[in-house]
Design a protein around this ligand. Structure first.
Ligand SMILES: C[S@@+](CC[C@H](N)C(=O)[O-])C[C@H]1O[C@@H](n2cnc3c(N)ncnc32)[C@H](O)[C@@H]1O
Length: 561
């Protein structure tokens, strides 16, 4: 019986990140084996819609007060579908609670099959998969697994002939959508047309035990997160490779730093790598992850990690940074673009019934205290389960969730300060600013503020136009918006509280990603700034990093540890 309680616990506890399978395999205090629990949940999720119907029509939740909807669904699954039946002794009270109703359950199961016009149980299984797919909204909302090939340790061609050698090429993201029950084992590969060295595979693909992943030859990084480094370093080759130093000012856990290092390695093929990237994070704890990622990617010769370094406390006039020409800024944001891409199966549960006098009430039964108490504790949490909170992406330090206007304003103030600071580096010519937020106040509005700022005006910073962007990004069609988008309809909202005062050309220069469309991404924003290196009128710049007490985020959880 512990199998069913373990499965219920796994499905109802909050997500702690990682794939669903890895969470089961790393869970503590399980009494059943992880393969048994995983198989039960995956199998039950294929039949959930019909089982919910059967349980409701047989009315067993009213009759058996020890059962809750999720537990009933798992038990009835094994009772009706599994060859071995319920994995518990025949005398177990919960097994009896189901088997007492076996005639009714079987009759309702047959009726549900006939209602769907299926002659056999096999046909019913296929019909249910189709129903589930349609209920999931078809193939438009695909979040594949994005894999970036790390040029420091490998090449695109090497990976195609090793890690992905058994994968079949597909031409669209939609083809990566689950169209059968075997989604985790299908080996399909989509080559991304916008970002070099990036591929997508079906979400369930697990590389964590592959040599390429363990050796840092491939890095699991979402497509949108690859925009900033590519926007900054572009399509250069050995002839016109990036020459100056680079700064990643808000770098942990290090996806964009290692992407910059990979792009440099590709551009500088054959030449000795030298320290060229200063990568830092204000959080000491996150800096440790940053250092680990840099080492795993083989980027130590190129990257100097400044652990626990506040970017705002760097002196842009320091000799150390004299050769810095490009800066990538991906500061803390609301994370409102992060999508919950948990692969936990979504189970449709039978409706819970108000407890009615049970047939078994009053009968003296040997009490199985542990199991029965546990069954009572495990009350249903929702009509469907397996929907855990969107876990924060590793990249974002602030968990996604409701954010109020005051908080958004504070965030945008800090974001603008960080990019303005970057614009002060004496020989900087390129800066990128990005967020995984969908809010205009953190995106186009920050860009508008930056363009109007004193440092941008004095030093001639302007946006990198669409026609100047790397080829792959010029092709990207989702551009800046003037008003916030309505979360429901996706249309620009006329009532948007913030309106970005940017020209059409400036909006074209901004790149946006949206969740819920056919691109397979979450919400993301990035803009590149450039300036003419000859224009340099700010040597006597204002004092550094004056903390504005009103807007100070120092005491605010999320930025500091
Ligand atoms: C969105 S995350 C960066 C993700 C990272 N760019 C990547 O791609 O893996 C923002 C990071 O900025 C750091 N941060 C925020 N303010 C900072 C500051 N003033 N100086 C340095 N790091 C800062 C946070 O600690 C957090 O790790």
């Amino acid at each position: 019986m512990s199998l069913y309680f373990d499965a219920v616990n796994i499905l109802t506890e909050p997500s702690s990140g990682g794939s669903f399978k890895s969470r089961i395999y790393s869970a503590r205090n399980l009494r059943a084996t992880p393969p048994q629990i995983y198989a039960l949940i995956i199998e039950a999720s294929k039949w959930d819609r019909v089982l919910a119907e059967v349980i409701e029509h047989a009315d067993i939740l009213s009759l058996e007060r020890k059962l809750n909807p999720l537990l009933a669904l798992l038990l009835v699954h094994d009772h009706l579908i599994s060859k071995k039946g319920i994995a518990a002794p025949a005398t177990h009270p919960l097994r009896q609670a189901v088997e007492r109703h076996k005639v009714r359950l079987k009759a309702e199961f047959t009726k549900a099959r006939v209602r769907r016009g299926c002659a056999t149980v096999e046909q019913l299984k296929t019909a249910l998969l189709r129903e589930k797919r349609e209920a999931d909204g078809g193939s438009n909302f695909i979040y594949p697994r994005w894999v970036r090939i790390n040029n420091i340790r490998s090449t695109f061609e090497d990976q195609l002939s090793t890690t992905f050698s058994s994968y079949k090429r597909v031409d669209t993201i939609a083809e990566l959508a689950p169209d059968d029950d075997d989604r985790n084992s299908r080996k399909l590969l989509y080559m991304d047309p916008n970002i070099p060295d990036l591929v997508a595979v079906p979400f369930g693909a697990d590389f964590t035990s592959s040599p390429a992943y363990k050796n840092g030859e491939i890095i699991l990084q979402d497509k949108a997160s690859c925009f900033p480094a590519y926007l900054l370093l572009g399509d250069r080759g050995p002839q016109d490779a990036w020459e100056g130093d680079l700064v990643d000012g808000c770098a942990a856990p290090g996806n964009k730093t290692t992407h910059m290092a990979s792009l440099l390695a590709k551009q500088q093929k054959g030449r000795n790598s030298k320290k060229q990237i200063f990568s830092m994070d204000a959080s000491k704890v996150r800096s440790k992850t940053l250092q680990k990622m840099v080492s795993l990617a083989g980027a130590d010769p190129t990257v100097t990690v400044l652990q626990g370094q506040d970017f705002l406390a760097l002196d842009p006039m320091d000799d150390q940074f004299e050769n810095v020409s490009g800066l990538l800024l991906d500061p803390s944001c609301s994370g409102s673009g992060i999508v919950g891409r948990d692969d936990v199966p979504q189970l449709t549960l039978p409706a819970a019934k108000a407890s009615q006098p049970s047939k078994s009430r009053g009968k003296k039964r040997k009490r199985r205290a542990d199991d029965e108490d546990e069954a009572e504790k495990q009350q249903p949490k929702a009509a469907t389960t397996g929907v855990s909170d969107a876990s924060p992406s590793d990249e974002n330090d602030i968990p996604a969730g409701a954010v109020d206007n005051e908080r958004l304003t504070k965030l945008s103030n800090l974001q603008a300060r960080i990019v303005e600071h970057a614009m002060k580096f004496s020989n900087a010519t390129h800066v990128t600013y990005s967020t995984c937020s969908i809010h205009l106040i953190e995106n186009e509005a920050v860009v508008a503020r930056l363009l109007a700022s004193e440092v941008a005006q004095q030093r001639g910073w302007r946006l990198l136009r669409r026609d100047e962007q790397p080829e792959g990004l010029q092709k990207w069609k989702h551009r800046g918006v003037r008003c916030d988008r309505d979360a429901e309809t996706g249309m620009e909202s006329e009532e948007s509280a913030v309106v970005a005062s940017l020209s059409d050309e400036d909006l074209e220069a901004c790149l946006r990603c949206w969740s819920g469309d056919a691109e397979g991404l979450g919400g993301f924003f990035v803009a590149g700034f450039v300036r003419d290196p000859q224009r340099n009128t700010i040597e006597e710049a204002e004092p550094l990093h004056e903390v504005d007490e009103d807007n100070s985020e120092d005491g605010w959880e999320g930025f500091s540890e």
